[in-house]
Design a protein around this ligand. Structure first.
Ligand code: NAG
Ligand code: NAG
Ligand code: NAG
Ligand code: NAG
Length: 347
């Protein structure tokens, strides 16, 4: 009895040391960097982003793009801000003739050649009649964008897998080896898929069979917002898992709100497996970031390469010290480190 009570504090100390030294432990999740910028209640852009996409502009500054506001654009010289809301990608509703055409979602902006490509989503909440549209620009600035309309459309009457997926949440991945360009997309239904794009990047190349990358068999199949990044020969698939929005009206059961999962593969089309070796097509995915402290429901993530020579994961989250209202969500970011080829976030 005496021995046990003296040894017990030591056992606890060793156990907690093991937990805190485990780089994958949730207790090591960093807080997001606090950013400054335009902060107008009810308006998207500045500090308030949803499903952010960030790219470096021809002037060396960073440009962010958000859901809503006809693809709201903000600009800052550093990721910490000051993020100034400068306008939008579209100047009027999308030329895609679908419900929701005046309210674009989940943009993805990347530079290919000398052109910036902005893929945006048109849908309405809970509908599978959706489309991914494209606008292009040479400068990223408001007023410089040309709307090219739909690249992909989903719905019951469309060709498989477009009839089994929801055509929103685009992410572009360029295979550096071949120069070929791939489109990752999907939200609920059969979750995350990858298409090859035609050379003009305005349509789908069906000669390359589309691949399913991830599927959550449980519940409402809540995965979306996928993006792929590459580091040292590994391809990483990041997805947002859970309920994204409306937290001020209904708070999901704990653990069912947005969180960020990752898996890795030796190819950009999978199979992506998590740290336990579970295929993401069968519910796999290691949680790299989720609710903790005042951070709630982080997701809509993307990777920015070579920021101060390092990789960055940026995302939106609910700062609970402000409110749970969607419009109060904000941009956050942290650096990525790779431990045995697995990403972990560090401040
Ligand atoms: C961010 O700002 C909040 C509110 O002022 C503060 O509580 C928190 O500690 C800050 N986080 C960091 C990482 O500085
Ligand atoms: C889009 O149009 C619909 C129908 O006209 C309207 O109810 C909605 O408020 C508009 N949304 C935005 C963001 O302008
Ligand atoms: C999609 O189309 C394929 C091929 O026509 C069909 O087998 C499948 O059942 C359809 N899926 C859905 C969800 O409608
Ligand atoms: C939740 O926030 C939305 C704005 O995102 C607002 O329209 C709605 O009234 C709020 N609901 C409640 C129950 O406060």
């Amino acid at each position: 009895m005496f021995a046990l009570t003296t040894i017990w504090p030591l056992v606890i100390a060793i156990a907690s040391a093991l937990t805190t030294s485990n780089p994958f432990s949730q207790s090591n999740w960093p807080l997001p960097h606090n950013i400054t910028g335009t902060d107008t209640p009810g308006q998207w852009g500045g500090v308030h982003l949803h499903d952010p996409s960030i790219v470096q502009g021809p002037d060396g500054a960073y440009y962010s793009f958000s859901t809503h506001g006809l693809v709201s654009i903000s600009r800052a010289v550093s990721l910490d801000g000051y993020w100034e809301h400068i306008g939008s990608v579209l100047t009027r509703q999308s030329i895609i003739d679908l419900p929701g055409r005046n309210d674009t979602w989940a943009p993805d902006v990347s530079k290919i050649g000398n052109t910036y490509y902005c893929y945006y989503s048109i849908s309405t909440f809970g509908s599978q009649n959706s489309a991914i549209g494209l606008a292009t620009s040479q400068t990223l600035l408001p007023g410089s964008w040309t709307d090219h309309g739909a690249v992909l459309e989903s719905g019951k009457d469309k060709r498989y897998p477009l009839n089994a997926t929801n055509g929103i949440d685009a992410n572009i991945f360029v295979d550096e080896k071949s120069g070929e360009v791939f489109l990752n997309y999907g939200s609920f239904w059969s979750d995350i898929w990858q298409f090859k794009l035609l050379k003009d990047l305005k349509g789908l190349d069906w000669s390359w069979p589309p691949k399913q990358l991830s599927f959550e068999p449980k519940g409402t199949n809540p995965e979306e917002g996928a993006s792929i990044s590459e580091n040292k020969g590994w391809y990483y698939l990041w997805v947002s898992h859970g309920v994204c929005c409306g937290f001020n009206t209904t708070l999901p059961v704990k653990g069912e709100e947005y969180e960020i999962l990752v898996g890795r593969s030796k190819t950009h089309y999978g199979p992506f497996v998590d740290r336990e070796g579970k295929d993401m097509k069968n519910g796999g995915g290691s949680v790299v970031y989720g609710s903790h402290e005042y951070v709630y429901g982080p997701g809509g993530q993307g990777v920015l390469k070579n920021y101060n020579g390092r990789d960055v994961l940026y995302f939106h989250y609910v700062p609970t010290y402000v409110s749970y209202i969607d419009e109060d969500k904000r941009l956050g970011w942290d650096y990525i480190e790779y431990v045995d080829g697995w990403p972990v976030l560090v401040y």
